[in-house]
Ligand binder design. Structure first.
Ligand SMILES: Nc1ncnc2c1ncn2[C@@H]1O[C@H](COP(=O)(O)OP(=O)(O)OP(=O)(O)O)[C@@H](O)[C@H]1O
Length: 227
């Protein structure tokens, strides 16, 4: 669940960004769209408790975000937020298995090989566990990064431009994979994108009967920057 009211963020010495209110039920999908510079990354950073709002209220997975600071915010993020960044940030020197184990260590948990295997298997990439990132195709690397994002069973999955530089077929596959994976984990999914194809892909997903709750939209415009 994500709920915002009068949410604003001001970069030090910069303009204030004001975000429209949203209410995304648990397990639903939010399409966060808008042109470059409209505030998508900032909104994701607020939801992930990487930065604190300058005004307004924000609740994510039943947590009031204004109350979270420092190490508490880090621990909360590790436990509840799965992040699929545009640049996948797999550690080049570590195997697929070790990249996922790293996520468990970073969250202060013991390495759980069975869980890593099951998560990779659910995404069809278990046989790649011993490979290094440079030995993966782009699509395989994205599956591995998604496995890492959902490994700790987050309540919210944030995907930043997951279809950038993908052709139509690969983009459809990426959106389907994100949607079904988030649903399997009962997680709320946010897809931040300026790719117009994603809205029609999500609509098609619903038509296929894959979505039960539906998706909502948060469309940002550069004009929301107050001068
Ligand atoms: N560190 C910063 N200091 C000051 N202003 C910033 C900073 N980071 C971003 N901004 C400004 O905040 C606004 C929103 O930026 P943001 O990166 O959130 O947009 P975006 O929609 O994610 O863009 P893109 O699609 O290009 O990644 C922009 O006007 C940007 O210039």
């Amino acid at each position: 669940m994500i709920q915002t009211r009068g949410l604003c963020y001001r970069y030090p010495g910069g303009s204030e960004l004001r975000f429209p209110d949203v209410e995304v039920p648990h397990g639903a999908v939010l399409l966060l769209s808008g042109p470059s510079g409209s505030g998508k990354s900032t909104w994701l950073a607020l939801v992930a408790a990487l930065v604190a709002p300058s005004a307004g209220t924000l609740h994510v997975a039943d947590q009031a975000m204004g109350d979270l600071r420092g190490a508490t915010a880090d621990a909360w993020r590790a436990a509840h937020i799965g992040f699929l960044p545009q640049k996948l940030h797999l550690s080049a020197a570590l195997t697929v298995q070790q990249n996922l184990a790293m996520a468990q260590w970073a969250a202060g948990r013991a390495e759980d090989k069975a869980r890593i295997h099951a998560t990779l298997q659910a995404l069809g990439v278990a046989e790649l566990a011993g490979r290094l990132p440079h030995q993966l195709s782009g699509g395989q690397a994205q599956r591995v990064a998604l496995a890492r994002a959902v490994l700790l069973k987050p309540r919210v999955v944030l995907a930043d431009e997951p279809t950038a530089s993908l052709d139509d077929e690969a983009a459809a596959q990426a959106v389907r994979l994100l949607h079904t994976t988030a649903q399997q984990h009962g997680a709320t999914l946010v897809i931040a994108t300026h790719d117009a194809r994603v809205a029609s892909l999500l609509t098609a997903q619903e038509g296929d009967g894959l979505g039960q709750i539906g998706f909502s939209r948060l469309s940002l415009a550069r004009e929301q920057l107050s001068k």
